[in-house]
Ligand binder design. Structure first.
Ligand code: NAP
Length: 484
């Protein structure tokens, strides 16, 4: 028998890996490890250190319901606090002895005869496990567009998720490409440093006010002392955010919300030409909404330019547009998002009869409840296909998965060799899910978004209220699986 055989291997020590580990410990499964490629826990909250990085969901909601006590300094906590919160959780859950750092998994193969998974690392180590849980996230592989000249023009350039803190932006001419969640957080901060800031926008987003609040020492003390206050705050924002989903399905509500956006835009941006450039041509909810109080006013500063034309190439002295105009540039920051639709890549995963997961997912990733994939027995995915949300905290979705997967693994470890979701169950679930998505603005809105693959199929997002997902995953039903 191999020497490194674990009941469960969790790959990744971010929000999903840490929270899941808490749940399997509660199920009295102690023979597990978490393999983390970096030297620290935290996932995206370790990686994204750009200026202004903060949660855009309120922290009492964007935290585990089973670990609510943390001295958040504000309603929407900054990145460093969220990272510290996860470290505190890992400590208090007793995960230290279970986490191994610096271990990068490059392949995983299912061994039919033993019902185990064989994992190979970049350093040619091997691990074996009965249950394999992927907790690698959806937003961890930066995407940089191919722009002619970008590698040869000699500019300093970096992606928002790989922030170069050694590059001093004071007095520089800075170009920011992309206007998503990351850009709206950091661009207003660097506008305070740069001599000139040009924002290259392909399509504008719906900006909404961010009801941020810095807690006073007294408020912090009260929140710390009374768990009920934290729970009430969590509940309040949960309800407010769920309500937001109604606009994704109902045209009338959506138009009302768009009118609200336009009114807010005209208050914050007096220039009518800028207003029209900053107004989306798709319904609200088609892309992720962007909470910010700083983004729109930023464009009224004389050294900030909004560029909506097409970039043609990067030249040594700046960025050239299709129509020949030049934007002098010293530093280029790509806020162009992540490779979101190639789930689990570039890890090579082979299931029953050596079937590559990449083949199974040729037409787009899909899974049963976003967690299990037929022909890939004993394998579970956290934050998998169609489990992302555009309207509220994804931690709520993760908690539904923690419960479901820990129940499934407990069942598997009761002496079963394998547990494989039935293909017809998986397909029926996904047909139903896509039919529901087809009624939402995520599909009908006609925009491009990171929720969709190249064929235009929404493979990242859940189509409804988050409590419906909680309801759907409340029980592990062995009848959905072939269990040997
Ligand atoms: P993003 O939302 O995918 O935005 C990427 C931006 O880059 C978009 O404006 C996109 O334009 C633009 N873009 C992409 N390729 C381009 C190209 N070739 N040329 C010009 N523009 C291009 O990425 P992100 O801002 O990094 O955010 C990703 C996700 O991370 C968010 O949606 C959110 O879920 C998460 N996030 C969360 C927080 C938080 O506080 N919790 C903070 C940051 C990020 P188009 O819109 O036209 O495609």
């Amino acid at each position: 028998m191999p020497d490194k055989l674990f009941d469960t291997v969790v790959v990744g020590a971010g929000f999903s890996g840490i929270g899941f580990a808490y749940h399997i410990k509660r199920k009295k499964i102690d023979n597990f490890i978490i393999l983390e490629q970096a030297q620290d826990i935290g996932g995206v909250w370790r990686e994204n250190t750009y200026p202004g990085a903060a949660c855009d969901a309120p922290s009492h909601l964007y935290s585990y319901s089973f670990a609510t006590r943390f001295p958040w300094s504000s309603r929407f906590a900054p990145q460093r606090e969220i990272h510290n919160y996860l470290k505190q959780c890992a400590d208090s859950f007793g995960l230290g002895k279970h986490i191994r750092f610096g271990i990068k998994i490059i392949s995983a193969s299912y061994i039919e005869t033993t019902g185990t998974w064989l994992l190979e690392t970049q350093d040619h180590e091997t691990y074996f496990c009965k249950a394999l849980v992927w907790a690698v996230g959806q937003l961890n592989r930066p995407k940089i567009p191919n722009i002619p000249g970008q590698d040869t023009a000699g500019h300093i350039s970096f992606h928002s998720a790989e922030w170069r803190h050694d590059v001093d932006l004071n007095g520089k001419k800075v170009a920011v490409i992309g206007t998503g969640s990351s850009a709206v957080q950091f661009a207003p901060r660097i506008a305070k440093l740069a001599n000139a800031l040009t924002i290259f926008q392909r399509s504008p987003g719906y900006i909404r006010p961010k009801p941020d609040l810095t807690y006073t020492p007294k408020q912090m003390a009260l929140l710390n002392a009374f768990p009920i206050l934290r729970k009430l705050d969590r509940l309040k924002f949960y309800i407010v955010n769920e309500y937001r989903f109604l606009t994704f399905e109902d045209e009338k509500r959506n138009r009302l919300a768009q009118a609200g956006f336009r009114a807010s835009l005209s208050r914050q941006v007096p220039d009518q030409n800028l207003q029209s450039q900053l107004t989306p041509d798709y319904p609200l909810g088609c892309k992720r909404g962007l909470p910010s109080n700083e983004w729109l006013p930023m464009f009224s500063q004389s050294h900030v330019t909004l560029e909506t034309g097409r970039i043609s190439e990067v030249k040594p002295h700046g960025i050239r547009m299709d129509d020949g105009r030049m934007h002098p540039t010293d530093v280029i920051i790509y806020a162009t998002g992540f490779k979101t639709t190639a789930f689990l890549e570039p890890i090579i995963i082979k299931g029953r009869n050596g079937l590559p997961l990449a083949h199974k997912w040729e037409a787009g990733a899909q899974a049963y409840l976003g967690m299990t994939v037929s022909h890939f027995p004993n394998m579970f995915i956290l934050y998998g296909p169609n489990t992302n949300l555009g309207h509220t905290s994804v931690v709520y979705m993760l908690e539904s998965q923690f419960r479901y997967i820990s129940k499934a693994i407990s069942h598997l470890l009761k002496g079963h060799r394998s547990m494989d979701v039935l293909e017809e169950v998986e397909n029926r679930y996904n047909m139903d899910l896509q039919a529901k998505l087809a009624k939402t603005v995520m599909v009908t809105g006609g925009c491009t978004s990171w929720f969709k693959n190249e064929a235009g199929k929404v493979i990242n997002n859940w189509p409804g209220f988050s409590f419906l997902y909680r309801w759907r995953t409340r029980r592990f039903n062995p009848g959905d699986y072939r269990i040997d």
